[in-house]
Design a protein around this ligand. Structure first.
Ligand code: PEP
Ligand code: MN
Length: 338
């Protein structure tokens, strides 16, 4: 249930609503806007509580039930777009933010070359996996702590914030002590203890869509992060599993406007894991920007043929630079910039 306070409602009027909710054993989350405060009442038996119990309080403008399973991720709770700050780079505003780098950190040389190339082409956040969630236990699992150290070295050298995946709840503290932003991968979208711990970390989080999950399940998973009081959450569409097998995953382009309508969280797109092939990445990336994505997460490797992970879908530095030029034109055509 959402209690929207009137413009200029006093702190006492808000506190009285909060106290009433607590007396009914409801969870409470406040969205304190510049002009209005919105109080979300969560859990318990909100479905059975008459809205009038809150509508009667002084300072209350309206009381609405949120019929969707997700609450804090919904636009009803937070009508204005959320802006996420990743080490000084903002996502969700006018600028389309490009995050790029290798699938996995493989060596100092590989990471530095990738960082230099993506920075030169205009990316503003460096991606790179140190902990890799691999389908097979026999595949390269990432350099782990050493990978995190290399990422911070690249950040310092190139002045780019870094985003990297955290796979296990027990690694959240370690990864968040190095990374500017945590990534939760597709396979972990519904790992609820990981979400809770990542929410507690106070780092911004990119939540990738589970490749067999609906948008509603995705936004409800985002509620786990938001419920910890961390509103710095970005949603990343990366393709879903369908009957189509000519691409690795089917990019759900319509997820972008659907999310924009129903949620206040920034939306980015990973064309690399959807395409599965470098030759298909540019078209999907441009379509994502045209459809309103706030950013892109793109795999770039200094030498894709030698990549230990996801070489086939990684762009070379020159392909990436060309794509960035094309993306600038697309962004401009939809009133944005890169
Ligand atoms: C990745 O970004 O390298 C990755 C593993 O992505 P996903 O979780 O979307 O498969
Ligand atoms: Mn990858």
């Amino acid at each position: 249930m959402i209690v929207e306070m009137r413009t200029g409602a006093s702190k006492k009027e808000v506190d009285d609503v909060v106290q009433k909710a607590k007396s009914l054993n409801l969870g409470v989350q406040l969205n304190v806007g510049t002009d209005k405060t919105v109080v979300a009442l969560l859990g318990g038996n909100t479905g059975q509580i008459p809205t009038d119990i809150f509508a009667i309080f002084p300072g209350v403008e309206s009381v609405t039930r949120i019929m969707k399973p997700y609450k804090l991720a919904s636009r009803t709770f937070s009508p204005k777009d959320t802006i996420v700050d990743c080490g000084g780079v903002t996502i969700g505003g006018e600028k389309v933010v490009v995050m790029a780098g290798p699938c996995a950190v493989e060596s100092e040389k590989q990471l530095m070359q990738a960082a230099e190339a993506v920075k030169k082409a205009g990316a503003t956040i460096l991606r790179g996996g140190a902990f890799k969630p691999r389908t097979s236990p026999f595949s390269f699992q990432g350099l782990q702590k050493e990978g995190l150290e290399l990422l911070t070295k690249a950040r310092d050298e190139f002045g780019m914030p870094i985003v990297t995946e955290v796979v296990n709840p027990q690694d959240v503290l370690l990864v968040s002590s190095y990374a500017d932003m945590l990534q939760i991968g597709s396979r972990n979208m519904q790992n609820f203890s990981l979400l809770t711990d990542a929410g507690k970390s106070r780092r911004p989080v990119v939540l990738k869509r589970g490749f067999s999950c609906t948008i509603t399940e995705w936004l409800t998973a985002a509620d786990y992060l938001l419920a910890e009081g961390n509103n710095q959450v970005i949603l990343c569409e990366r393709g879903i599993r369908t009957f189509e097998d000519s691409v690795r995953f089917s990019l759900d382009i319509s997820a972008i406007p659907v999310l924009k309508k129903n949620s206040h969280l920034p939306v980015i797109v990973d064309p690399s894991h959807a395409a599965g092939n470098y030759s298909l990445v540019p078209a999907i990336a441009k379509a994502a920007v045209a459809a309103g994505a706030d950013g892109l997460l793109i795999e770039v490797h200094p030498n894709p043929k030698e990549a230990l992970v996801d070489g086939l879908q990684s762009l070379s530095p020159s392909d990436f630079a060309r794509l960035m030029d094309e993306l600038r034109a697309v962004a401009k055509s939809v009133g944005r910039s890169i």
